[in-house]
Ligand binder design. Structure first.
Ligand SMILES: *Cc1c(COP(=O)(O)O)cnc(C)c1O
Length: 384
Protein backbone atom coordinates (compact mmCIF):
# COMPACT_ATOMS: atom_id res chain seq x y z
CA UNK A 1 0.00 0.00 0.00
CA UNK A 2 1.13 3.59 -0.69
CA UNK A 3 2.65 5.40 2.25
CA UNK A 4 1.54 8.84 1.00
CA UNK A 5 -1.94 9.93 -0.08
CA UNK A 6 -2.42 10.27 -3.86
CA UNK A 7 -4.94 13.08 -4.38
CA UNK A 8 -7.51 12.73 -7.13
CA UNK A 9 -6.00 15.84 -8.81
CA UNK A 10 -3.45 18.51 -8.08
CA UNK A 11 -2.52 21.54 -10.20
CA UNK A 12 0.87 21.77 -11.99
CA UNK A 13 2.24 25.25 -11.31
CA UNK A 14 5.74 26.14 -12.53
CA UNK A 15 8.30 28.43 -10.87
CA UNK A 16 7.98 30.71 -13.92
CA UNK A 17 4.23 31.00 -13.31
CA UNK A 18 4.82 31.81 -9.65
CA UNK A 19 7.36 34.47 -10.66
CA UNK A 20 4.94 35.94 -13.22
CA UNK A 21 2.23 36.21 -10.55
CA UNK A 22 4.79 37.99 -8.33
CA UNK A 23 5.55 40.42 -11.15
CA UNK A 24 1.86 41.28 -11.49
CA UNK A 25 1.55 41.79 -7.73
CA UNK A 26 4.47 44.23 -7.86
CA UNK A 27 3.28 45.99 -11.01
CA UNK A 28 0.61 48.24 -9.54
CA UNK A 29 -2.20 46.72 -11.66
CA UNK A 30 -3.60 43.52 -10.13
CA UNK A 31 -7.24 43.36 -11.27
CA UNK A 32 -8.59 43.13 -14.85
CA UNK A 33 -6.03 44.76 -17.14
CA UNK A 34 -3.29 44.01 -19.67
CA UNK A 35 -2.83 40.37 -18.63
CA UNK A 36 -6.56 39.65 -19.00
CA UNK A 37 -6.49 41.25 -22.43
CA UNK A 38 -3.48 39.19 -23.50
CA UNK A 39 -4.98 36.00 -22.01
CA UNK A 40 -8.21 36.54 -23.97
CA UNK A 41 -6.27 37.09 -27.20
CA UNK A 42 -4.04 34.07 -26.64
CA UNK A 43 -6.91 31.78 -25.62
CA UNK A 44 -9.00 32.82 -28.64
CA UNK A 45 -6.00 32.21 -30.92
CA UNK A 46 -5.40 28.79 -29.34
CA UNK A 47 -9.00 27.71 -30.00
CA UNK A 48 -9.27 29.43 -33.36
CA UNK A 49 -12.12 31.48 -31.87
CA UNK A 50 -13.12 34.89 -33.17
CA UNK A 51 -12.89 36.35 -29.67
CA UNK A 52 -12.95 35.42 -25.97
CA UNK A 53 -13.94 37.08 -22.71
CA UNK A 54 -12.23 36.14 -19.43
CA UNK A 55 -14.50 35.69 -16.43
CA UNK A 56 -14.09 34.79 -12.75
CA UNK A 57 -15.52 31.26 -13.22
CA UNK A 58 -17.30 29.17 -15.82
CA UNK A 59 -20.41 29.54 -13.68
CA UNK A 60 -20.15 33.34 -13.95
CA UNK A 61 -19.61 33.02 -17.70
CA UNK A 62 -22.69 30.77 -18.02
CA UNK A 63 -24.74 33.23 -15.99
CA UNK A 64 -23.78 36.06 -18.37
CA UNK A 65 -24.48 33.98 -21.48
CA UNK A 66 -27.92 32.86 -20.25
CA UNK A 67 -28.71 36.45 -19.29
CA UNK A 68 -27.43 37.75 -22.64
CA UNK A 69 -29.83 35.30 -24.34
CA UNK A 70 -32.61 36.81 -22.17
CA UNK A 71 -33.53 33.47 -20.66
CA UNK A 72 -36.11 33.97 -17.93
CA UNK A 73 -39.55 33.01 -16.59
CA UNK A 74 -41.57 30.82 -18.95
CA UNK A 75 -38.49 29.56 -20.80
CA UNK A 76 -37.13 26.03 -20.83
CA UNK A 77 -33.47 25.10 -21.17
CA UNK A 78 -32.43 21.55 -22.02
CA UNK A 79 -29.41 20.38 -20.04
CA UNK A 80 -28.04 16.99 -19.04
CA UNK A 81 -28.63 16.02 -15.42
CA UNK A 82 -25.18 14.44 -15.61
CA UNK A 83 -23.29 17.72 -15.20
CA UNK A 84 -22.09 20.05 -12.49
CA UNK A 85 -25.01 21.58 -10.55
CA UNK A 86 -24.13 25.15 -11.54
CA UNK A 87 -25.94 24.95 -14.90
CA UNK A 88 -29.31 23.83 -13.53
CA UNK A 89 -28.98 26.21 -10.58
CA UNK A 90 -28.48 29.20 -12.90
CA UNK A 91 -31.46 28.24 -15.05
CA UNK A 92 -33.59 28.22 -11.88
CA UNK A 93 -32.11 31.46 -10.54
CA UNK A 94 -33.10 33.17 -13.80
CA UNK A 95 -36.67 31.94 -13.31
CA UNK A 96 -36.53 29.47 -16.21
CA UNK A 97 -37.09 25.69 -16.05
CA UNK A 98 -34.33 23.12 -16.55
CA UNK A 99 -35.41 20.20 -18.72
CA UNK A 100 -33.11 17.26 -18.08
CA UNK A 101 -31.96 15.17 -21.03
CA UNK A 102 -30.61 11.65 -20.64
CA UNK A 103 -27.10 10.77 -21.82
CA UNK A 104 -25.45 8.04 -23.81
CA UNK A 105 -24.65 5.23 -21.36
CA UNK A 106 -21.04 4.89 -22.49
CA UNK A 107 -19.94 8.52 -23.02
CA UNK A 108 -22.20 10.35 -20.52
CA UNK A 109 -23.05 12.88 -23.23
CA UNK A 110 -26.38 14.11 -24.57
CA UNK A 111 -27.11 13.38 -28.22
CA UNK A 112 -29.54 14.74 -30.78
CA UNK A 113 -31.72 11.71 -29.96
CA UNK A 114 -31.93 12.49 -26.24
CA UNK A 115 -32.51 16.23 -26.76
CA UNK A 116 -35.00 16.28 -29.65
CA UNK A 117 -38.06 14.72 -27.91
CA UNK A 118 -37.79 17.33 -25.13
CA UNK A 119 -38.14 20.37 -27.39
CA UNK A 120 -41.28 22.44 -26.91
CA UNK A 121 -42.28 25.94 -28.04
CA UNK A 122 -40.76 27.16 -24.75
CA UNK A 123 -37.28 25.74 -25.40
CA UNK A 124 -34.77 28.59 -25.53
CA UNK A 125 -31.40 26.78 -25.41
CA UNK A 126 -29.57 23.47 -25.05
CA UNK A 127 -26.37 23.08 -23.07
CA UNK A 128 -24.43 19.93 -24.05
CA UNK A 129 -21.32 19.09 -22.00
CA UNK A 130 -18.08 17.88 -23.59
CA UNK A 131 -17.79 15.23 -20.91
CA UNK A 132 -14.51 14.22 -19.28
CA UNK A 133 -12.56 15.86 -22.12
CA UNK A 134 -14.14 13.98 -25.05
CA UNK A 135 -16.15 16.01 -27.56
CA UNK A 136 -19.93 15.77 -27.73
CA UNK A 137 -21.20 14.81 -31.19
CA UNK A 138 -21.79 18.38 -32.27
CA UNK A 139 -22.77 18.04 -35.96
CA UNK A 140 -26.21 16.51 -35.27
CA UNK A 141 -26.75 18.79 -32.24
CA UNK A 142 -25.77 21.91 -34.21
CA UNK A 143 -28.09 20.86 -37.02
CA UNK A 144 -30.97 20.40 -34.58
CA UNK A 145 -30.34 23.83 -32.99
CA UNK A 146 -30.28 25.47 -36.42
CA UNK A 147 -33.43 23.65 -37.66
CA UNK A 148 -35.41 24.66 -34.58
CA UNK A 149 -33.80 28.08 -34.13
CA UNK A 150 -32.72 27.32 -30.57
CA UNK A 151 -29.58 28.73 -28.93
CA UNK A 152 -26.73 26.31 -28.31
CA UNK A 153 -24.26 26.81 -25.44
CA UNK A 154 -21.41 24.32 -25.11
CA UNK A 155 -20.24 23.57 -21.57
CA UNK A 156 -16.51 23.22 -22.30
CA UNK A 157 -15.40 23.11 -18.65
CA UNK A 158 -13.69 19.74 -19.35
CA UNK A 159 -12.62 20.57 -22.88
CA UNK A 160 -9.63 22.93 -22.96
CA UNK A 161 -7.67 21.47 -25.89
CA UNK A 162 -10.41 19.05 -27.03
CA UNK A 163 -10.97 18.86 -30.79
CA UNK A 164 -14.06 17.76 -32.70
CA UNK A 165 -13.52 16.73 -36.33
CA UNK A 166 -10.24 18.63 -36.58
CA UNK A 167 -11.41 21.85 -34.89
CA UNK A 168 -10.74 22.90 -31.32
CA UNK A 169 -13.75 23.31 -29.06
CA UNK A 170 -14.21 27.08 -28.78
CA UNK A 171 -13.74 27.75 -32.49
CA UNK A 172 -17.43 27.40 -33.37
CA UNK A 173 -20.52 28.48 -31.50
CA UNK A 174 -20.56 29.69 -27.89
CA UNK A 175 -18.35 27.72 -25.51
CA UNK A 176 -17.60 28.21 -21.81
CA UNK A 177 -14.35 26.96 -20.27
CA UNK A 178 -13.42 26.59 -16.58
CA UNK A 179 -10.03 27.16 -14.97
CA UNK A 180 -10.92 25.75 -11.55
CA UNK A 181 -7.87 23.97 -10.04
CA UNK A 182 -8.94 20.47 -11.06
CA UNK A 183 -9.53 21.41 -14.74
CA UNK A 184 -6.95 20.81 -17.49
CA UNK A 185 -5.47 24.29 -16.93
CA UNK A 186 -6.06 26.62 -14.00
CA UNK A 187 -6.12 30.24 -12.91
CA UNK A 188 -7.05 29.35 -9.30
CA UNK A 189 -10.64 30.23 -10.16
CA UNK A 190 -11.58 31.52 -13.59
CA UNK A 191 -13.23 30.86 -16.90
CA UNK A 192 -13.45 31.95 -20.52
CA UNK A 193 -16.37 32.52 -22.88
CA UNK A 194 -15.59 32.06 -26.59
CA UNK A 195 -18.19 32.88 -29.21
CA UNK A 196 -18.48 33.36 -32.93
CA UNK A 197 -21.42 35.72 -32.26
CA UNK A 198 -19.87 39.17 -31.68
CA UNK A 199 -23.12 40.70 -30.44
CA UNK A 200 -23.58 38.01 -27.81
CA UNK A 201 -19.96 38.40 -26.72
CA UNK A 202 -20.35 42.18 -26.42
CA UNK A 203 -23.33 41.61 -24.11
CA UNK A 204 -21.31 39.10 -22.05
CA UNK A 205 -18.45 41.59 -21.82
CA UNK A 206 -20.77 44.22 -20.39
CA UNK A 207 -22.71 41.81 -18.13
CA UNK A 208 -19.53 40.44 -16.53
CA UNK A 209 -18.72 43.97 -15.29
CA UNK A 210 -21.82 45.67 -13.85
CA UNK A 211 -23.44 46.12 -17.25
CA UNK A 212 -21.16 49.03 -18.05
CA UNK A 213 -20.10 49.81 -21.59
CA UNK A 214 -16.42 49.62 -20.64
CA UNK A 215 -14.37 48.18 -17.78
CA UNK A 216 -12.02 49.92 -15.33
CA UNK A 217 -8.89 49.30 -17.39
CA UNK A 218 -10.53 50.63 -20.59
CA UNK A 219 -11.50 53.72 -18.67
CA UNK A 220 -7.97 54.31 -17.43
CA UNK A 221 -6.14 53.58 -20.69
CA UNK A 222 -8.62 54.99 -23.14
CA UNK A 223 -9.47 58.06 -21.09
CA UNK A 224 -13.21 57.56 -21.25
CA UNK A 225 -15.53 59.29 -18.82
CA UNK A 226 -14.60 58.17 -15.32
CA UNK A 227 -18.14 57.00 -14.60
CA UNK A 228 -19.31 54.80 -17.48
CA UNK A 229 -23.04 54.30 -18.04
CA UNK A 230 -25.00 51.16 -17.21
CA UNK A 231 -26.41 49.64 -20.41
CA UNK A 232 -28.23 46.83 -18.58
CA UNK A 233 -27.81 45.76 -14.93
CA UNK A 234 -24.86 43.38 -14.80
CA UNK A 235 -22.80 41.20 -12.48
CA UNK A 236 -19.25 41.30 -11.12
CA UNK A 237 -17.54 38.38 -12.79
CA UNK A 238 -14.30 39.89 -14.13
CA UNK A 239 -11.05 37.90 -13.89
CA UNK A 240 -8.06 39.50 -12.11
CA UNK A 241 -4.69 40.01 -13.79
CA UNK A 242 -3.16 37.93 -10.96
CA UNK A 243 -5.22 34.98 -12.26
CA UNK A 244 -4.84 35.84 -15.95
CA UNK A 245 -1.04 35.78 -15.88
CA UNK A 246 -1.18 32.28 -14.39
CA UNK A 247 -3.62 31.30 -17.13
CA UNK A 248 -1.24 32.55 -19.83
CA UNK A 249 1.53 30.31 -18.45
CA UNK A 250 -0.85 27.35 -18.18
CA UNK A 251 -2.19 27.83 -21.70
CA UNK A 252 1.34 27.69 -23.09
CA UNK A 253 1.72 24.27 -21.41
CA UNK A 254 -1.80 22.94 -22.06
CA UNK A 255 -0.92 20.64 -24.96
CA UNK A 256 1.87 19.08 -22.90
CA UNK A 257 -0.49 18.62 -19.95
CA UNK A 258 -3.09 16.96 -22.15
CA UNK A 259 -0.55 14.67 -23.78
CA UNK A 260 0.56 13.44 -20.35
CA UNK A 261 -3.08 12.98 -19.30
CA UNK A 262 -3.65 10.86 -22.43
CA UNK A 263 -0.60 8.67 -21.65
CA UNK A 264 -1.84 8.08 -18.10
CA UNK A 265 -5.36 7.32 -19.35
CA UNK A 266 -4.00 4.74 -21.81
CA UNK A 267 -2.00 3.13 -18.99
CA UNK A 268 -5.14 2.88 -16.86
CA UNK A 269 -7.08 1.31 -19.73
CA UNK A 270 -4.33 -1.25 -20.30
CA UNK A 271 -3.83 -2.11 -16.63
CA UNK A 272 -7.54 -2.33 -15.84
CA UNK A 273 -8.35 -4.50 -18.87
CA UNK A 274 -8.39 -7.64 -16.70
CA UNK A 275 -10.60 -6.11 -13.99
CA UNK A 276 -14.18 -6.40 -15.26
CA UNK A 277 -15.54 -4.97 -11.99
CA UNK A 278 -14.48 -1.51 -13.17
CA UNK A 279 -15.56 -0.42 -16.63
CA UNK A 280 -13.98 2.74 -18.11
CA UNK A 281 -16.18 5.15 -20.05
CA UNK A 282 -16.45 4.45 -23.76
CA UNK A 283 -14.46 6.59 -26.21
CA UNK A 284 -16.68 8.13 -28.92
CA UNK A 285 -16.12 6.65 -32.40
CA UNK A 286 -16.37 9.93 -34.34
CA UNK A 287 -13.18 11.84 -35.01
CA UNK A 288 -12.08 13.88 -31.99
CA UNK A 289 -9.06 14.64 -29.81
CA UNK A 290 -9.74 13.75 -26.18
CA UNK A 291 -8.37 16.15 -23.52
CA UNK A 292 -8.65 13.45 -20.81
CA UNK A 293 -9.93 15.80 -18.16
CA UNK A 294 -11.17 12.82 -16.14
CA UNK A 295 -10.59 9.09 -16.09
CA UNK A 296 -13.97 7.71 -15.05
CA UNK A 297 -14.79 4.07 -14.33
CA UNK A 298 -18.17 2.52 -13.54
CA UNK A 299 -18.20 -0.01 -10.69
CA UNK A 300 -20.07 -3.24 -11.44
CA UNK A 301 -21.73 -3.32 -8.05
CA UNK A 302 -22.80 -6.98 -8.41
CA UNK A 303 -19.41 -8.33 -9.49
CA UNK A 304 -17.65 -6.11 -6.93
CA UNK A 305 -20.11 -6.97 -4.16
CA UNK A 306 -20.09 -3.38 -2.92
CA UNK A 307 -21.65 -0.02 -3.64
CA UNK A 308 -19.68 2.79 -5.29
CA UNK A 309 -19.53 4.95 -2.14
CA UNK A 310 -18.03 2.03 -0.19
CA UNK A 311 -15.55 1.47 -3.05
CA UNK A 312 -14.44 5.12 -2.88
CA UNK A 313 -14.11 4.95 0.91
CA UNK A 314 -12.08 1.73 0.67
CA UNK A 315 -9.72 3.34 -1.88
CA UNK A 316 -9.24 6.25 0.49
CA UNK A 317 -8.17 3.77 3.17
CA UNK A 318 -5.56 2.61 0.65
CA UNK A 319 -4.34 6.25 0.33
CA UNK A 320 -5.97 6.75 -3.07
CA UNK A 321 -8.18 9.83 -3.59
CA UNK A 322 -11.10 9.67 -6.01
CA UNK A 323 -13.81 12.01 -7.28
CA UNK A 324 -17.47 11.76 -8.26
CA UNK A 325 -18.28 13.59 -11.51
CA UNK A 326 -21.18 13.88 -11.13
CA UNK A 327 -24.13 12.87 -8.95
CA UNK A 328 -27.25 13.26 -11.14
CA UNK A 329 -28.64 16.75 -10.63
CA UNK A 330 -32.31 15.85 -11.14
CA UNK A 331 -32.37 13.58 -8.08
CA UNK A 332 -30.97 16.18 -5.68
CA UNK A 333 -33.30 17.57 -3.01
CA UNK A 334 -34.30 20.87 -4.63
CA UNK A 335 -34.94 19.31 -8.04
CA UNK A 336 -37.06 16.42 -6.77
CA UNK A 337 -39.08 18.75 -4.55
CA UNK A 338 -39.49 21.58 -7.06
CA UNK A 339 -39.87 19.77 -10.37
CA UNK A 340 -41.10 16.38 -9.15
CA UNK A 341 -38.11 14.60 -10.70
CA UNK A 342 -38.01 10.98 -9.53
CA UNK A 343 -35.86 7.91 -10.09
CA UNK A 344 -36.60 6.17 -13.39
CA UNK A 345 -36.99 9.23 -15.62
CA UNK A 346 -33.38 9.23 -16.88
CA UNK A 347 -32.26 5.58 -16.85
CA UNK A 348 -28.77 5.95 -18.35
CA UNK A 349 -27.94 8.96 -16.19
CA UNK A 350 -29.15 7.21 -13.05
CA UNK A 351 -27.35 3.96 -13.87
CA UNK A 352 -24.09 5.88 -14.22
CA UNK A 353 -24.73 8.23 -11.30
CA UNK A 354 -24.77 5.21 -8.96
CA UNK A 355 -21.60 3.66 -10.41
CA UNK A 356 -19.15 6.31 -11.62
CA UNK A 357 -15.89 7.10 -9.90
CA UNK A 358 -13.07 9.35 -11.17
CA UNK A 359 -9.60 7.89 -10.59
CA UNK A 360 -6.57 10.15 -9.93
CA UNK A 361 -5.46 11.89 -13.12
CA UNK A 362 -3.24 14.94 -13.48
CA UNK A 363 -0.08 15.71 -15.43
CA UNK A 364 2.26 15.55 -12.42
CA UNK A 365 1.45 11.84 -11.86
CA UNK A 366 4.09 9.18 -12.49
CA UNK A 367 3.39 5.87 -14.25
CA UNK A 368 4.01 4.23 -10.86
CA UNK A 369 1.07 6.21 -9.41
CA UNK A 370 -1.21 4.45 -11.92
CA UNK A 371 0.27 1.13 -10.76
CA UNK A 372 -0.54 2.10 -7.16
CA UNK A 373 -4.15 2.96 -8.05
CA UNK A 374 -4.63 -0.29 -9.95
CA UNK A 375 -3.05 -2.30 -7.11
CA UNK A 376 -5.31 -0.57 -4.59
CA UNK A 377 -8.40 -1.32 -6.73
CA UNK A 378 -7.40 -5.00 -6.85
CA UNK A 379 -6.86 -5.06 -3.07
CA UNK A 380 -10.24 -3.44 -2.46
CA UNK A 381 -11.88 -5.95 -4.81
CA UNK A 382 -9.96 -8.75 -3.04
CA UNK A 383 -8.12 -9.64 -6.25
CA UNK A 384 -4.71 -8.51 -5.04
C1 LIG B 1 -16.24 22.71 -13.28
C2 LIG B 1 -17.47 22.69 -14.07
C3 LIG B 1 -18.30 23.81 -14.20
C4 LIG B 1 -18.12 25.05 -13.38
O1 LIG B 1 -16.88 25.64 -13.49
P1 LIG B 1 -16.49 26.82 -12.46
O2 LIG B 1 -15.31 27.48 -13.13
O3 LIG B 1 -16.10 26.13 -11.18
O4 LIG B 1 -17.64 27.70 -12.30
C5 LIG B 1 -19.38 23.74 -15.05
N1 LIG B 1 -19.66 22.62 -15.74
C6 LIG B 1 -18.91 21.51 -15.63
C7 LIG B 1 -19.28 20.31 -16.44
C8 LIG B 1 -17.80 21.49 -14.78
O5 LIG B 1 -17.09 20.38 -14.64
Amino acid sequence: MRTTFLPFSSPSISEEEIAAVGDVLRSGWITTGPNCGAFETEFAAYCGAADAIAVSSATGGMHCVLQALEIGPGDEVITPSMTWVSTANLICLLGATPIFADVDRETLMVTRETIEPLITEKTKAFIPVHYAGAAADMDPIRALAAERNIALIEDAAHAAGTEYKGERIGKKGTCIFSFHPIKNMTTGEGGMVCSDDPELLARVKSLKFHGLGVDAFDRQTQGRTPQAQVIHPGYKYNLTDISAVLGRGQLARLNGFNQRRAELAMLYREKLADTPEVLPLGIPDYQHLHAWHLFIVRLDIYKAGMERDAFMAALKEQNIGTGLHFRAVHLQKYYTETFGCHPGILPETEWNSDRICSLPLCPSMQDSDVDDVVAAIKTVLKKG
